[in-house]
Design a protein. Structure first.
Length: 221
């Protein structure tokens, strides 16, 4: 079934007010430049984007729960008897993708697939955005090439530890596992993280020092 989209939504958890502000600025700039709205770039194509602020439920990362939340309902998954490309948001054909995926598309089109695949590792191409938090000096969202080591992320980007020495880090929170300090030089990509019992997940990276109680962490996980 061909899609003729007229409207798009960027779903942002409500506890990220700065992200809401920044996305709002980007949407307005796109409208001013004729990249959103009616008759885009002089064509007959009409398309606009609005922000949908979610309640913060982790489960809304699942496609049908995300649709339910945008529709104003409780963000709960539903049976996928019918795919969202046939009947999705308000029972209309819908195409759901991570914003991080969409952000890579114009760069690949502009520079080509060969350029993009030169970034990263054999099995994990391109870059990945991580939410770097915990006991490091520099926290925030960081975009890094696949294959970068944990040491480079924690020390070169994160600025090292606030006070005590590293004990471990949790990746893919809350679905991932904990990686000990002995693996600090592990390259970060999908395959290597899986090999050590962790996962990439949504890109949450929590760094813990020796004051962290791993029993409490295990209980949360």
């Amino acid at each position: 079934m061909p899609l003729e989209p007229m409207r798009g939504f960027v779903y942002v958890r409500n506890e990220y007010p700065l992200a809401v502000v920044n996305i709002g600025i980007a949407i307005q700039q796109a409208r001013e430049r004729g990249l959103l709205g009616k008759n885009i770039l002089g064509s007959t194509f009409n398309f606009d984007v609005q922000i949908s602020r979610g309640g913060g439920a982790f489960v809304c990362g699942e496609s049908t729960a995300l649709i339910a939340s945008i529709e104003g309902n409780v963000g709960e998954p539903r049976a996928k008897h019918i795919h969202t490309v046939i009947s999705g948001l308000w029972d209309r054909p819908s195409n759901l993708n991570n914003v991080e995926t969409w952000a890579n598309v114009p760069v690949i089109i502009d520079r080509g697939a060969d350029w993009y695949t030169h970034i990263g590792t054999e099995g994990s191409k391109g870059t990945k955005i991580f939410s770097l938090v915990g006991k490091v000096n520099n926290t925030g969202l960081v975009e890094v090439p696949m294959g970068i080591t944990l040491r480079e992320i924690v020390y070169d980007i994160g600025g090292g530890f606030q006070e005590k020495e590293i004990q471990g880090r949790s990746d893919g929170w809350p679905l991932g596992g904990c990686i000990p300090e002995s693996m600090i030089d592990l390259p970060v990509d999908f395959d290597r993280l899986t090999e050590v019992g962790s996962m990439m997940g949504s890109g949450g990276m929590i760094v813990m020092d020796e004051s962290t109680c791993m029993v409490d962490v295990a209980n949360i996980l």
